[in-house]
Design a protein around this ligand. Structure first.
Ligand SMILES: Cc1cc2nc3c(=O)[nH]c(=O)nc-3n(C[C@H](O)[C@H](O)[C@H](O)COP(=O)(O)OP(=O)(O)OC[C@H]3O[C@@H](n4cnc5c(N)ncnc54)[C@H](O)[C@@H]3O)c2cc1C
Length: 327
């Protein structure tokens, strides 16, 4: 970890896509930039989101192509999904991309990278373990994580989220996915194509409730072709678990269109509900809290700072920073 500069034009908290782009962009414009990451560079996108999910979908597409091959007159004998190999490839893909988000690469772009938990020490400085980073501007780009779902029994029973599903070592034979938004739909399709029996549960009357109806209808048809059972308008009442044939299985009790149903699964994946990672005590210059429903990167300004925007190439930056001077 490098020693902090005297004062940064910008301190970025969080090295997910938002923080990385902001840090690289500001450094490229000549600002003196610090980037703080407490967990893994690349954030959710690289580690628990876009990259592993697309790697899984790619393998799932290959499996689907093999399954459909006979209808094209192509015989594929003895094909089977080797799930550990699928996950091994996922990790290789992720590792290959990780170099682009690494501390080394960002240091090469002129960003000072600090690994550790950031918190605001006061209105003009951020504390990271053992260091204090003074700033003119700070950017909170701490993203979101899976929020706890208020479903009785779910936490006690245990469930997968985007942070754990890509670490599975064996394919669950039966998977229940809660939430038919983009994440729930894509993971339901991936696991179904890889051979799991998948039930997709959505509380609202249709899947992809934020998307155009026609698009959602087509996705539904595609999921059903892949063997996903879709229960829309499903109100989950509770989740419980029990021992059956030496294995622990989970039961989701729900109500759908006035009838009660039970879905039995080996794993339950929560594909819905995100909560901001910004600490509820972080406030912006206007005194607003950054917590609550906000999921976007938030610019925090110390209350003493002026609201007039100061370009990075401004004279103050130039006199303080050699990088700024060369920009
Ligand atoms: C399964 C899945 C699939 C997805 N697929 C896609 C896709 O195909 N395309 C797409 O565009 N989007 C996709 N997304 C969404 C995408 O992952 C997010 O939109 C993106 O990661 C948000 O970026 P971010 O930088 O705002 O936050 P994040 O990626 O969450 O990064 C925030 C970073 O801040 C760090 N942090 C938090 N608090 C602190 C602190 N106090 N100090 C220091 N560091 C801290 C965290 O450790 C994290 O690394 C997907 C998401 C999921 C879950």
């Amino acid at each position: 970890m490098s020693e902090p500069s005297s004062r940064y034009d910008l301190v970025v908290i969080g090295a997910g896509p938002a923080g990385l782009v902001a840090a690289a962009g500001a450094a490229g414009l000549g600002a003196r930039v610090a980037l703080v990451e407490r967990h893994k560079m690349g954030g959710d996108c690289l580690n628990y989101g876009c990259v592993p999910s697309k790697a899984l979908l790619r393998a799932a597409r290959a499996a689907a192509a093999v399954r459909e091959a006979p209808s094209f007159g192509v015989r594929v004998e003895g094909a089977r999904v080797d799930f550990p190999a699928v996950m091994e490839r996922l990790r290789r893909v992720r590792d290959g991309i990780a170099v682009h988000d690494s501390p080394e690469r960002f240091r090469g772009l002129g960003v000072e990278v600090f690994l550790g938990e950031a918190s605001f020490a006061n209105a003009t400085s951020v504390a990271v373990p053992g260091k204090t980073l003074e700033f003119r501007k700070a950017l909170i780009a701490t993203g979101a994580r899976a929020a706890p779902l208020p479903i009785p029994g779910l936490s006690e029973t245990g469930f997968l989220t985007n942070e754990s599903v890509f670490s599975l070592e064996s394919l669950p034979a039966r998977l229940a996915v809660i939430g038919a938004g983009p994440v729930g739909c894509e993971l339901a399709q991936a696991f179904a194509r890889l051979g799991a029996q998948v039930v997709l549960l959505e509380a609202l009357p249709r899947i992809l409730p934020r998307e155009h109806e026609e698009a959602a209808r087509r996705v539904r048809a595609a999921l059903e072709r892949d063997g996903v059972t879709i229960l829309a308008g499903a109100k989950i009442e509770r989740v419980s678990s029990r021992e059956a044939s030496g294995k622990r299985e989970k039961t989701i009790s729900l109500e759908q269109e006035g009838s009660r149903r039970e879905i039995v699964a080996d794993e339950v994946l929560a594909g819905v509900g995100r909560a901001t990672r910004a600490a509820s005590t972080w406030t912006t210059s206007s005194g607003r809290r950054t917590g609550g429903s906000s999921r976007r990167a938030t610019s925090a300004r110390p209350s003493s700072s002026r609201t007039r925007p100061t370009p990075w190439r401004g004279s103050r930056s130039r006199t303080r920073s050699s990088r700024a001077g060369s920009a």
